[in-house]
Design a protein around this ligand. Structure first.
Ligand code: SF4
Length: 345
């Protein structure tokens, strides 16, 4: 099997190879590598992992075949905790860019690589640093809580980071009279306000995947499956959350389908989680929530998460590229807010 390979003799020169690799990163955001015909991709990934003392951390929204080769699969909180305790020399983060940055913030001496630098996040992009800085200036003396789905720069400007697993707990840990800014996800912010009874200043950002979940199509599905419980991620819009039987982080949704007596669930989050759910409860019916736009999967897929492939993971392990860097000054500031979250979790 050839993966966008190069075979010319000139690539026997190591210096040229390295230059070519960096050029690939620069030009296309990922690297490529040749796999010999008789070799098996999954076995080669396992071999390289061992050879380079690498660990593969994968988000629940990754393609099934990536989840199946990962050393650890989780949501943002679980992945951050795992990244904090790994003793591997290389962390390959099969997720999106801000997740790789979080791993680097926690592990400055380790090499952190991601399969494709183009794997960004609409939510993280909804909070550009300059605009966020200007926004904060309007609200002095506020504690800034930022959802982990943001850039390293936004983390550095924040006091505490949270995930959807611990956002309510973290807001509740602050004194009752604390003035709080919550960023960047407005839907999670509204949900946390409701749960905690606190008024917060909310940044107006959103995840393009979760806000695309169609309330109208959900109603139709609920009509078709009257016994199904609707379970939703708090990044969904209020209209979806108001109708849900259960709201929780990806890990909490997984736990819910395992522990609840119901046998049918409509799952309002990114469809990747269904893979783990099916493995956990093969006898239950799991129906992915549809997006507003008609698509072939009739579900909600994150286009950034799905940029990662086994081939790119293999090539990343061969070249240990593309690597994630966070400037030290930013990292040290971001580390404080991430560590506050880990201490409170
Ligand atoms: S699902 Fe939404 S929040 Fe998660 S990576 Fe994709 S765009 Fe970002």
């Amino acid at each position: 099997m050839i993966i966008r390979g190069v075979t010319s003799d000139r690539f026997n020169n190591d210096k040229y190879k390295q230059m070519n690799t960096l050029e690939e990163v620069e030009k296309q955001g990922f690297v490529t590598a040749e796999l010999e015909k008789e070799k098996n991709l999954v076995e080669e990934i396992a071999r390289l992992k061992k050879e380079k003392n690498a660990v593969i951390l994968a988000h629940y929204y990754q393609q099934e075949e990536i989840q199946d080769i990962a050393d650890y699969i989780g949501d943002s909180l679980g992945l951050a905790q795992e990244a904090a305790k790994t003793d591997a020399d290389v962390i390959l983060f099969a997720g999106v860019h801000f997740m790789g940055e979080t791993a680097k913030i926690l592990n400055p001496t380790k090499k952190v690589i991601i399969p494709d630098l183009n794997a960004g996040c609409s939510l993280a992009d909804s909070a550009p640093t300059d605009k966020f800085e200007a926004f904060l200036k309007q609200y002095p003396n506020h504690t800034v809580i930022s959802y982990i789905n943001c850039s390293a720069e936004i983390k550095a400007l924040s006091d505490i980071i949270c995930t959807s697993s611990n956002a309510v707990k973290i807001v509740d840990s602050l004194p009752k009279d604390a003035k709080i800014i919550f960023a960047p996800d407005i839907n999670l912010g509204k949900y946390v306000q409701k749960k905690t009874g606190r008024e917060m200043i909310l940044w107006d950002g959103a995840c393009e995947v979760h806000i695309e979940i169609s309330a109208d199509k959900l109603k139709l599905l609920q009509g078709k499956y009257p016994n199904a419980k609707l379970i939703a991620h708090p990044e969904c819009q209020e209209v979806v959350l108001n109708d849900a039987n259960f709201v929780g982080s990806t890990t909490a949704l997984l736990k819910f389908v395992e522990e609840d007596d119901a046998t049918e669930f409509i799952v309002a989050t990114e469809v990747g989680i269904i893979h783990k759910m099916k493995q956990a409860v093969p006898h239950k019916k799991l129906i992915p929530a549809p997006a507003v736009t008609n698509n072939t999967c009739a579900c909600s897929e994150c286009p950034y998460m799905k940029l990662n492939t086994l081939e790119k993971i293999y090539a990343s392990l061969v070249h240990l590229q593309p690597e994630i860097f966070v400037p030290e000054e930013t990292r040290l500031k971001a580390l404080k807010s991430v560590n506050r979250m880990l201490e409170l979790s």
